[in-house]
Ligand binder design. Structure first.
Ligand code: NAP
Length: 301
């Protein structure tokens, strides 16, 4: 990730440039509203035209065709159900996209993002892919994190406009990066939550409620997060000296987690998964190295 970040505080109506929003579902409507509120001349288009009515009342301009929508502004935000819908829609339009920049905030995979970028290039349009890591009510506030990837120059050219949506960041030139960061963030989120739920279920068997355990769990999670830069250095160097603890020491503690879970009668799937991965790394001769050596297990198909 580079430092190309903008947030709503960085934008002002004085430099507001026109923008089009295509797709006015729950998210698209929130995006359009944020642009209207920050003073951008906002053109909107939706397959079901009546959905645009409240936005027009709030100051948006309605495009009667998708072609008109695409040619109305130098920047068009796409926010549809999926990439197939985006392609179906844009393939029907013979609008001249030369010089237009499309920012596709539709959720999808990195492969779909790269393919969409190639399609846009063939049509003469600039293309940034994006991932919205927020819910509609947060759009337009700094809490709405929106990742973008694609040519840095395209992001820089439209950073002020995109900043009306939230905290927008450029992740790199590869169009697939926004989607990859998005799912990497979800992996982090679900793993932390599942680990917390495991502990919560265990402690409940001793009468400890979730609210009592939560502050303790939060301190552990924050402490582990502090290890990441050092662990990342080991991974990037490809060298895993046991500076703090060896993997085989961690694996013995995993046995305790499995035994406790079994004895308490709670689910053991997560503890067994952790142990199975550690056991494979130990069998491959990595028991004396530090925990991040497990990256080798994650790199396998
Ligand atoms: P939504 O409320 O279901 O809206 C879907 C939009 O796509 C509607 O405007 C719909 O038009 C349009 N659409 C679907 N198929 C189409 C087609 N073939 N041609 C033209 N338009 C088509 O969904 P949403 O919540 O706004 O989500 C939109 C995108 O944002 C999704 O990719 C979603 O994953 C992503 N996202 C959403 C959230 C969230 O909290 N909502 C958060 C992060 C990311 P009609 O109105 O005519 O049906």
């Amino acid at each position: 990730m580079n430092s190309e970040t903008a947030s709503p505080a960085n934008t002002s109506p004085a430099n507001a440039s026109p923008v089009t929003v295509v797709g006015l579902g729950l998210m698209g409507r929130a995006l359009a509203r944020a642009f209207i509120k920050s003073g951008h001349l906002t053109t909107v288009w939706n397959r079901t035209a009546a959905t645009a009515d409240p936005l027009v009342d709030e100051g948006a301009r309605r495009a009667s065709t998708i072609g008109e929508a695409l040619s109305a502004s130098p920047l068009t935000i796409l926010c549809l159900t999926d990439y197939q819908a985006v392609r179906e829609l844009l393939d029907t339009s013979d609008a001249d996209l030369t010089g237009t920049t499309l920012v596709n905030l539709t959720s999808g995979s990195s492969a779909q993002a790269r393919e969409a970028a190639r399609w846009a290039e063939r049509r003469g349009a600039g293309y940034l892919d994006g991932a919205i890591m927020a819910v509609p009510p947060a759009i337009g506030t700094a809490d709405a994190v929106i990742l973008h990837s694609g040519p840095q120059a395209d992001f820089a050219a439209h950073r002020a406009t995109l900043g009306a949506l939230g905290t927008v960041t450029h992740m790199g030139a590869d169009h697939g990066l926004a989607s990859l960061y998005d799912v990497a963030g979800l992996a982090m989120m679900w793993s932390v939550l599942n680990a917390w739920l495991q502990g919560t279920a265990l402690l409940a068997t001793a009468g400890v409620d979730a609210a009592t355990y939560a502050p303790f769990a939060r301190r552990i999670a924050a402490g582990v997060a502090e290890w990441l830069p050092g662990h990342a250095e080991q991974i990037d160097r490809g060298s895993f000296p046991a500076e703090v603890a060896a993997l085989e020491t961690s694996a013995r503690a995993m046995d305790h987690l499995i035994e406790e879970s079994e004895a308490a009668g709670v689910n053991t799937e997560l503890p067994r998964l952790l142990k199975a991965m550690a056991d494979r790394a130990i069998a491959a001769g990595h028991g004396g190295e530090q925990y991040p050596v497990l990256i080798e297990e994650f790199r396998k198909p």
